[in-house]
Write a protein that binds this ligand. Structure first.
Ligand code: G6P
Length: 606
């Protein structure tokens, strides 16, 4: 987590740092800071909270100079207060860090014993002291930097400025990403291509263990062994325009409305509309594998959970799904012939990446369904299966989720056909169904956005909300509950509808809304019984269904009607009212839906 930008530029650095940090706020927003080589020496400004707080500090006390460093923080070691904000300072060094230094306690003890004093509770300050110690011992800046890196265990992306070295920014990467941006007579480092996007679209991705010294016109990159290396400079499409809000009030609202396009673009890599066929983008052969192991975190995990039902039901392909943070530490017994598939918007989530690497080390074939094409996962897997949702800025994932479902459902159809579970005619029908999804996504937004408002207003006054669903809708119930708690801070739980009587039913009373996601599929009758059980206990049922379901809905239920669709794409279409509901409840509560407290978009620490 945390976002980094470093600039050796030709124009004032501080405003550019701010511009970049605003694009990096998705990585955390507990505090922010900037350091600049000013005519009077190296200086910094920091603020607790959002980038706009830092802007206010800079307006009151500007920093003059063209070489600078910036950071937005998601706190790991040390409370999110001013003292712990980056850049951290030790002697001649100012340092920003994304990651966790695992051996910081022993290093800190050693540095204190050597007479050094600490100002913060961060692990980062330890690294600043190590570099400064090297400088004191007479090492050149780059050598002092490398000597410090050699002492660290854990994950980091680092950026450093050194007093007196006014045309130099140092950077390093191990476990957390860092890019080098090549401008016109100026150079940058940043957490990702978006960070340097306002200044250049020519970037090089550092490899694990690389470190770099940038000056006004060049980057000297070294690998972990200290050998000078070249890393390919690519032109990326991190266009600034893609991350503007347009006419929407929030990125969440915009990204919900982006979904028909995100689905359409994603389908273009997975289905052939003329031939009526589905395929992985690299034409992966699903007859080569015996099982699938899906690995993911957060919303992406729920997409994987839904896909499991479809892989087993439609393609007859045994599929396991697990949150990556559990999988990576429990020594799982994975069967030979298993394809490990990570699902991740960012392609950087630390637990998902570690689980993927574990599978790779065990000799499994790996694949990743990733929205960020230049991410670490994209570069490390055997098979990259991209989604094309475009940059997702709101911390609450919406369009990335439905793009993941689009890719996963397409892969299910491809696997089913290759494995002889469906014939060409059924494949063609399912492909046609998938091709209708973008239109139905537009329709479900149009049909439900207004109808949800009064319900959202009522839910905004609830203390607890339950979400129930069966089959693939179970995953949606979990996702709906996650969206509501993130977006509005209302306690919400998702349950398999059949589990309600094993506990959650105790919570039902007239003040507990129960959101039931139930298209008129094979499970509808069973779920209808659960609705009756809730209603019998004075629970407030909100049923999200289709026209056929509406005809069979209990009279006491409030209903939201989504377009009728084939069950295979129902998870995609029914996700939308749940997203809209969370958004509207968040608005009614006055919550910061794009950047809820304590969360971050990309979780690059465990
Ligand atoms: C964080 C985000 C979620 C996301 C999860 C996994 O928790 O707030 O929106 O679902 O990480 O992220 P990934 O980038 O791997 O999909």
């Amino acid at each position: 987590m945390c976002g980094i930008i470093g600039i050796v530029g030709k124009t004032p650095a501080a405003p550019r740092v701010i511009e970049s940090l605003k694009r990096l706020e998705y990585r955390g927003y507990d505090s922010a800071g900037v350091a600049v080589h000013t005519p009077k020496g190296l200086d910094r400004r920091r603020a607790q909270g959002r980038i706009r707080e830092l802007e206010a500090v800079l307006a009151a006390e500007p920093l003059e100079g063209q070489v600078g460093l910036g950071h937005t923080r998601w706190a790991t070691h040390g409370a999110p207060n001013l003292r712990n904000a980056h850049p951290q300072k030790a002697g001649r060094v100012m340092l920003v860090h994304n990651g966790i230094i695992e051996n910081f306690a022993e290093l800190k003890a050693e540095l204190i014993a050597a007479g050094r004093t600490f100002e913060s509770d961060t692990d980062t300050e330890v690294v600043a002291h190590l570099i400064d110690q090297g400088l004191e011992q007479g090492l050149a800046p780059l050598a002092a930097f490398k000597a410090a890196l050699n002492r660290l265990t854990g994950a980091y992306a680092l950026g450093a400025l050194i007093e007196g070295e006014t045309q130099l920014v140092l950077g390093a990467r191990r476990g957390s990403p860092l890019v080098v941006g090549y401008g016109d007579g100026e150079m940058f480092i940043g957490s990702d291509a978006l960070a340097v996007g306002p200044f250049t679209n020519r970037v090089a991705y550092l490899d694990e263990g690389d470190y770099v010294a940038i000056g006004p016109t060049s980057a000297e990159i070294y690998n972990a062994d200290g050998v000078r290396v070249q890393r390919e400079v690519r032109t990326v499409a991190a266009s600034a325009a893609l991350v503007e809000k347009g006419n929407y009030r929030h990125f969440m609202e915009k990204e919900i409305h982006d979904q028909p396009d995100a689905c359409r673009y994603t389908l273009s890599s997975y289905v052939d509309p003329i031939g009526g066929q589905a395929r992985a983008p690299d034409a992966f052969d699903f007859t080569r594998i015996a099982r699938i192991q899906l690995l993911a975190c957060g919303t992406a995990y729920y997409a994987a959970l839904i896909a499991r039902y479809l892989f087993e039901d439609i393609a007859g392909l045994p599929t396991d799904v697990e949150v990556a943070s559990e999988f990576r530490y429990r020594n799982p017994a994975v069967a030979p012939g298993t394809l490990a598939v990570a699902v991740s918007q960012s392609g950087e989530t630390a637990d998902t990446l570690a689980a993927l690497r574990w599978c790779k080390a065990k000799g499994l074939t790996t694949a990743a369904i990733v929205n960020a094409p230049e991410s670490t996962m994209s570069r490390e897997v055997d098979h990259l299966w991209p989604t094309h949702a475009g940059p997702e800025v709101c911390v609450l994932s919406t369009k990335a989720f439905t793009a993941q479902l689009t890719a996963l459902i397409s892969l299910v159809v491809a696997a089913a056909r290759q494995r002889g579970r469906i014939d060409a005619a059924e494949e063609k029908r399912l492909v046609q169904t998938l091709l209708e999804a973008p239109r139905l996504l537009s329709q479900v937004i149009a049909d439900t956005e207004e109808a949800l408002r009064p319900i959202a207003f009522e839910i905004s006054r609830a203390r607890d909300v339950l979400y129930l669903g069966r089959g693939p809708m179970y995953g949606l119930a979990l996702e709906g509950a996650l969206k509501l708690k993130e977006g509005s801070y209302i306690h919400a739980e998702g349950y398999a509808a059949g589990e309600m009587k094993h506990g959650p039913i105790a919570l039902i009373d007239e003040s507990t809304p129960v959101i039931i996601v139930a298209p008129s599929d094979a499970a509808f009758e069973k779920t209808r019984s659960n609705m009756s059980e809730v209603i019998a206990r004075n629970g407030q049922v909100v049923l999200i269904t289709d026209a056929e379901g509406l005809a069979h809905a209990p009279a006491e239920a409030r209903t939201i009607v989504a377009p009728t669709c084939d069950p295979v794409i129902a998870p995609l279409i029914f996700a939308v009212p749940l997203q809209l509901l969370a958004y509207q409840v968040g608005l009614a509560k006055g919550a910061d839906v794009d950047q809820p407290r304590n969360l971050a978009k990309s979780v690059t620490v465990e």
